[in-house]
Design a protein around this ligand. Sequence first.
Ligand SMILES: [Zn+2]
Ligand SMILES: [Zn+2]
Length: 113
Amino acid sequence: MQLGSREQGMEYQERPDACLLCECSETGLDFHHWRYGENKVGCYLCRDCHDDVHRGEAKTENPGWLVPCVENLVSHHLEYHDNVDPEVDVILDRYNLPNVGDVVSMAIERESP
Ligand SMILES: [Zn+2]
Ligand SMILES: [Zn+2]
């Protein structure tokens, strides 16, 4: 019996071959945590992308870093991937995000022309 493995964001067991954001295949992928203290809810990013998502207000020293971090992620996602018709669920799944669908959809709206 396997309970509780998919509650809020799955756990990643495998390291992907490439950064989920820019798709560069770097060997030194960082694991980015969406929730510190609740390990394994997060995704693999290359160092450059990891720095990018933590830019500005999204530094983890800021107690409210999560929202600006999700906003940074969405804006980079739209740059690197199909930005014609972005879907919230696709973004939540791809980056193994916790319950921040509303933040993602606001960020998409803000980035759309
Ligand atoms: Zn990257
Ligand atoms: Zn991080």
